[in-house]
Design a protein around this ligand. Structure first.
Ligand code: ZN
Ligand code: ZN
Ligand code: ZN
Length: 463
């Protein structure tokens, strides 16, 4: 690979295949997978931006996860572009980015190939993998070109601008399943028909709906209690009360301006309470304020379950988990766990546990569809080995979670370790030489640990 097909190879003492590209028209992104990283010259700003988008919008892991750096001397990079890249460099002295490339590549090697025909699962997997390999949050970037005013780098482009509802539903599902943990960023009011936040808020006449209004102060004369529009008081440069003829001197002392009155220039109606509406510049709908949709904007980080799922893939259907008899969905499990933590505060303690099955990406790929069959067999085994009161869930493609109500941790720990031993024996007899790693964690639920910490102990500490 000494001659890159396009661009110029940047030599480095690690012998990584890093190329600098400045002519974006000649590049076929399908041929990029052989490189370790790309450096893109931002001189052709539009070409560069289009190219970054093309890579990140690909659904092929080796393309969308490619380490991409932008070369710009003055660092004036579009914020969305910057967020989609892995950083901005001002020269091709690349020692500084080598460790970053190594780190991304190392994390990338931990990913198991995931096949799914569901667009939701593919986009969610992509989001999680981008976050996992970059060790970063999914953070919305302010972007006036986006329909809602925010861009979720690497993800937003997969959604039709007028149907961003689907994107938010995906984030919500991922949060419910405890793949994502959210942090509040902003709250939007968007158009009820097209989800745009490009709105004009305006006062209109309650009679004829015209926005052609003039406003005037209302004046309240304390001494005689007269209240009237300001123009009734105007007398040359002075304000004189039309009722008692006294001159008004100091606002707050002898008079004040309690509110505004509106005058409709279209129908001459005079009123105090205009009707607020929000005109949408995109679909031209006049929204009443009440009909606007509130959309909270969050940034997201991967939870321990999310990290595990990023590597091994979500359960087969995001919207509705495959139901295995005796197992509850991840969402339901999390509800149970919350409930159990609350209950244990005032009552007998319980135990929760995890059994995480890890195969090397290569082994798992070699197994193909046998992997799912194996997991179903293990699930069956788990069900038969546990009590009917135990709550079981397969939260992603390789993680079993348990809650044993009103039992101590030792019993559950013994039980799961026993399952682990049997599963290993079972697998070694049917698949000799398989390199499998099974980790078991258990924790006491006594109400002292919040749900996030319980899950971190069950899944996060095993690594
Ligand atoms: Zn009017
Ligand atoms: Zn007066
Ligand atoms: Zn609209």
């Amino acid at each position: 690979m000494s001659d890159p097909i396009f661009g110029r190879k940047i030599s480095n003492d690690r012998n990584l295949e890093i190329i600098l590209i400045n002519d974006f028209n000649s590049v076929d992104i399908r041929k990029l997978a052989i490189y370790d990283a790309l450096i893109l010259d931002y001189t052709d700003r539009d070409g560069c931006s289009r190219f970054v988008r093309q890579c990140r919008n690909s659904m092929i892991g080796t393309i969308y996860l490619m380490p991409i750096f932008i070369l710009s001397i003055n660092h004036e990079i579009d914020k969305v572009m910057e967020a989609m890249s892995d950083g901005v460099v001002s020269s091709v002295q690349i020692e500084a980015i080598i460790s970053r490339i190594d780190r991304i590549r190392l994390r990338q090697d931990q990913l198991v190939s995931v096949d799914s025909s569901s667009p939701d699962i593919r986009i969610l997997t992509k989001a999680m993998r981008f976050m996992f390999t970059r060790e970063t949050r999914l953070t919305p970037v302010v972007d006036h070109k986006s329909h809602i005013g925010y861009n979720f780098p690497v993800i937003s482009d997969h959604y039709d601008q007028t149907n961003l509802k689907e994107m938010f539903q995906l984030f919500e599902t991922a949060t419910e399943k405890e793949y994502f943990r959210s942090r509040f960023v902003d709250k939007l009011h968007v158009c009820s028909s097209c989800y745009s936040s490009f709105l004009n808020f305006r006062e209109t006449c309650p009679k004829c709906e015209s926005a052609d209004l003039v406003t005037e102060n209302l004046i309240h004369h304390f001494v005689c209690a007269y209240v009237g529009p300001e123009h009734d008081f105007l007398s040359g440069d002075y304000l004189v009360c039309p009722k008692c003829n006294r001159m008004l001197r100091h606002i707050g002392v002898d008079y004040d301006k309690p509110s505004l009155i509106y005058n409709c220039k279209n129908c001459s109606h005079v009123f105090q309470e205009p009707v607020m509406e929000a005109f949408c510049f995109v679909c031209k709908k006049n929204n009443s304020i009440d009909s606007l949709i509130d959309v909270p904007i969050y940034s997201y980080e991967l939870t321990p379950i999310g990290e595990e799922t990023a590597q091994n893939g979500p359960s087969r259907d995001v919207a509705e988990d495959v139901s295995i008899p005796g197992f509850i969905t991840a969402t339901t499990f999390n509800i149970f766990l919350k409930y159990e933590i609350e209950r244990a505060k005032t009552s007998k303690e319980s135990a929760a546990g995890s059994l995480v099955i890890r195969l090397s990406p290569r082994t798992r790929e070699n197994m193909g569809s046998n992997y799912n069959r194996m997991m179903l067999e293990i699930a069956d085994f788990v069900k038969n080995a546990t009590l009917s009161t135990d709550i079981l869930s397969l939260v992603n493609s390789n993680t079993f979670l348990f809650i044993s109500p009103e039992t101590n941790r030792e019993r559950l720990d013994g039980l799961i370790n026993q399952i682990k031993g049997s599963v290993i024996k079972l697998l070694e007899s049917s698949l000799p030489g398989i390199d499998i790693e099974i980790s078991v964690q258990t924790v006491t639920i006594d109400g002292s640990l919040p749900q996030n910490d319980v899950l971190t102990q069950l899944i996060g500490s095993g690594r």
